[in-house]
Write a new protein. Structure first.
Length: 260
């Protein structure tokens, strides 16, 4: 599977295209404390250390993209803006399409300063970025009437495989929070918790099969994969009830007005 990595101005590599398998796990703090030390002995911590990831997820007015995704079709897709921390005026913001087909995850993205990314979303071309990816994103925006709907942020620490496991990467995300106001990455990373306090999302990202030592470690600690999406959990736990409750209230009010 092919991934494209480039080095940013800070000297750290950043990937722009991804093709991989992903498995997700929900951990308690106790499970994390048991699992992390043996992983550290087999893997290396990424140079970013503990860092904050901020996302703005785009969807239709009626949340069609996430509602379709939650039905678990063979093919699903989402669009988001992402930054690493709260971006300044010149810091990179990534516009990303993430697709999943038959268990394989594909991610394509371009980067520019916050103001340039907003212009890009309106059809502007970003110089020095991949033309094909820009056309793919513009086409996606053309066929889907989407707008910013939810901010989701969290703190992440990531481990990467050594030469023995070059395609392996494991991330741990905690303090996952959301808001549906101030939908601008430059507006900070505050929000309400998506999950109960103390739960951690672990993602195992693979180019091929999971190493046997990792399978055995997860089995020993009785840690099993689950179908999980941060945006999906946010929608189900916090958005759907409020959205459909308000919609039903408006429909009921309209019906009463007609009958009156």
């Amino acid at each position: 599977m092919g991934n494209e990595t480039r080095t940013e101005g800070n000297g750290k590599p950043v990937q722009y295209t991804f093709k991989r398998y992903e498995k997700k796990f929900l951990l308690t703090e106790g499970q994390y404390e048991k699992l992390f030390p043996p992983l550290q002995r087999r893997m290396e911590e990424e140079g970013f250390g503990l860092h904050t990831i901020c996302n703005i997820y785009y969807d239709t007015d009626t949340f069609d993209l996430i509602r379709s995704s939650l039905r678990k079709p063979a093919y699903k897709e989402k669009f988001r803006l992402r930054s690493y921390g709260t971006p300044g005026q010149e810091d990179p913001v990534f516009a990303e399409i993430k697709k999943k087909f038959d268990g394989v995850v594909y991610k394509r993205r371009v980067a520019a300063a916050p103001g340039e990314i907003q212009a890009f979303l309106q059809g502007w071309h970003i110089p020095h970025e991949d033309d094909q990816i820009q056309r793919e994103i513009h086409w996606f925006l053309h066929i889907h009437e989407i707008l910013p709907k939810v901010f989701i942020g969290y703190e992440r620490i990531a481990l990467e495989g050594t030469q023995e496991d070059p395609g392996l990467r494991i991330t741990f995300d905690r303090n996952i929070r959301w808001r549906n106001y101030d939908l601008d990455l430059c507006a900070g990373d505050e929000g309400e918790l998506v999950l109960p306090e103390g739960l951690i999302v672990m993602e195992v990202k693979l180019l091929w099969g999971m190493p046997l030592w990792l399978v055995e470690l997860l089995g020993k600690e009785q840690i099993y994969s689950s179908s999980f999406s941060k945006y999906g959990a946010c929608y189900q736990r916090h958005i759907a009830r409020a959205y459909f409750g308000e919609r039903q209230r408006l429909l009921t009010a309209a019906g009463l007005r007609r009958s009156g």
